[in-house]
Design a protein around this ligand. Structure first.
Ligand code: FAD
Length: 508
């Protein structure tokens, strides 16, 4: 275990580095590990305000740990078309993006960058559940659309209670016999501890030549200097400030990214605002209940619920402890970070260039704001009502409410769009001269970190992928980085590299 309290940086007054990473979550740590493997000569410095890695959104307790592969999440295939079919293209492309993560983590396991795969990723069936008459044709049509593709050919669909009970007994026991239910089930899904993966990447990075990770160090300012950046960093213990010259800066500060981007003054950030959505879980550790459920079960969004607040009932394995989490329940918050945030984060992010977008969020998303306030004020018993849709026999005394992480959704008016639309996707903002890049938004999030960081390298540091050596190093890390595995002729190749990654990650 690395000594995350060390402050080696304090010894030096000024430092120069090729790459400066802000934050130690899954995004920055993935970029650090990928870059160093791609170009071993690079110097990399990573700065993190917390005293240890990945305490915000990527931490195991702060997110749902779903390896988003489009298997069970109904939000990627939201509705039936007029002809009764369901468009499954988004689910297929999310699956391929997650495949890139599986391959990169498998490479990291082979190279000893990830030390213990069981702490980072575990196999878990992914189930989608519907429980109203109106939802049944939708789930059937979604299944028929997905089943045709080689990514999803092992998926099963059933409306037979006994079969669904064999997949996940809690979904059926105690359920009203007149209530229609249907489910899809697929092996090959995962439960991921993104915080552990980030920790492994940070520890490894710190051991490499010309690379250091600095915990307890907050980036407080960024100023353009020549072709690169002069970054001011404050030691949170001594309060001393230091400056670092960097050729390329990546802001992977999660909820802290928008304020830092605003400080950089790059024109690309104009008009962007951040809209934080807090979260809470219900958790049970009762071993009798926990042992009866081994799956992630996703349902459908109800009313104004944002896609990331669609409830699911999940087996989680965090810090060696097995539990069931239900949620997340969304909540109104002004904070941009779970630990290091303040209720003034939202008002302080307001700028003349984004005030219109922010105000219109309130006006154009009244249903969403009302929903968030109501969710935050929800009593435990009304949360239990939602749980009964999944687990009719749930006992109030087995469950308690705990905090989840915060997602800061990006707000920006796109051409032809109503002002104040909340974007639920992940957005990478890059300066025109490609010297600084930042990640905003949080969905699908950690699962697509490898794909998002690959695109960041392709865009900002393309020279690293120009040589045959660069290409071959990247192919070793992500065998299909430059190939489309979605097309039908790629079926055999997909199964080949997928099986190898699953074996290396001990997921078979
Ligand atoms: C409730 C919830 C459920 C989710 N479920 C899933 C899921 O099931 N699957 C999935 O794939 N994704 C999920 N996500 C999304 C996922 O958690 C995020 O997309 C992902 O963790 C973001 O990683 P990051 O590295 O960008 O940010 P973070 O993990 O938040 O890391 C940012 C880091 O930057 C640091 N920092 C901030 N400001 C500064 C500064 N000024 N100087 C230095 N350091 C700074 C922070 O301390 C933090 O450690 C979920 C999110 C939430 C909130």
């Amino acid at each position: 275990m690395a000594d995350f309290t060390k402050h080696s940086f304090a010894k030096k007054n000024r430092m120069k580095t090729d790459v400066l990473l802000i934050g130690s979550g899954i995004m920055s740590s993935t970029l650090g590990a990928m870059l160093k493997e791609l170009q071993p000569g690079l110097s990399i410095q990573l700065f993190e305000v917390s005293d240890r890695p990945s305490q915000e959104a990527s931490n195991g307790w702060n997110n749902a740990g779903t390896g988003h592969a489009g298997i069970c999440e109904l939000s990627y295939t939201p509705h039936q078309e007029a002809d009764g079919s369901v468009d499954v293209s988004k689910a297929i492309s999310v699956f391929e993006d997650f495949e890139h993560s599986l391959q990169f983590w498998a490479y990291a396991a082979r190279k000893g960058i990830i030390k213990d795969t069981k702490e980072c990723i575990n196999p878990l069936p992914h189930i989608s559940l519907v429980h109203t008459e109106e939802q049944l044709p939708y789930l059937r049509a979604r299944f028929e659309g997905l089943k045709k593709h080689h990514f999803f050919e092992s998926m099963k669909h059933s409306s037979n209670r006994e079969e669904i009970k064999s997949w996940a007994p809690l979904l059926v026991e105690g359920r009203d016999g007149n209530q229609p239910i249907a489910a899809t089930h697929m092996e090959g899904g995962t439960d991921v501890n993104f915080g552990e993966i980030s920790r492994n990447f940070c520890e490894w990075l710190d051991e490499q030549d010309d690379c250091e990770t600095h915990f307890g160090h907050r980036v407080v300012d960024l100023e353009k200097k020549g072709k690169g950046w002069l970054v001011t960093v404050r030691d949170e213990v001594s309060r001393e400030k230091r400056q670092v010259e960097a050729g390329f800066v990546f802001i992977g500060a999660g909820g802290g990214s928008l304020p830092l981007l605003q400080k950089s003054g790059i024109p690309e950030v104009k008009g962007y605002g951040g809209f934080p959505i807090g979260g809470q879980w219900m958790i049970t550790r009762n071993p009798e209940v926990v042992k009866k459920h081994t799956a992630k079960v996703y349902g459908q969004a109800l009313g104004a619920a944002p896609t990331m607040a669609v409830p699911h009932l999940d087996t989680r394995v965090i810090d060696g402890e097995r539990s069931l989490l239900f949620g997340p329940f969304a909540a109104w918050t002004g904070k941009f970070l779970h630990n290091g945030g303040s209720h003034t984060d939202l008002p302080l992010s307001v700028r003349p260039s984004n005030i219109v977008s922010l105000m219109r969020v309130g006006i154009h998303n009244l249903d969403l704001v009302k929903y968030l306030v109501e969710q935050g004020l929800q009593s435990k018993s009304s949360r239990m009502q939602e749980l009964y849709n999944f687990y009719p026999d749930a006992k109030d005394e087995d469950w308690e409410v705990i905090d989840a992480g915060i997602r800061v959704q990006a707000i920006k008016q796109e051409p032809g769009e109503e002002p104040g639309i909340v974007h639920y996707g992940t957005e990478v903002l890059t300066s025109e001269d490609l010297s600084i890049s930042a990640l905003l938004g949080a969905s699908p999030g950690a699962s697509v970190s490898t794909q998002v960081m690959l695109e960041c390298i392709q865009r900002c540091l393309p020279e690293l992928l120009e040589s045959d050596e660069g290409k071959s190093r990247m192919s070793e890390m992500i065998p299909n980085w430059d190939q489309d595995l979605k097309i039908s002729t790629a079926r055999d190749r997909y199964f080949d590299i997928h099986q190898k990654a699953m074996a290396d990650l001990n997921l078979t």
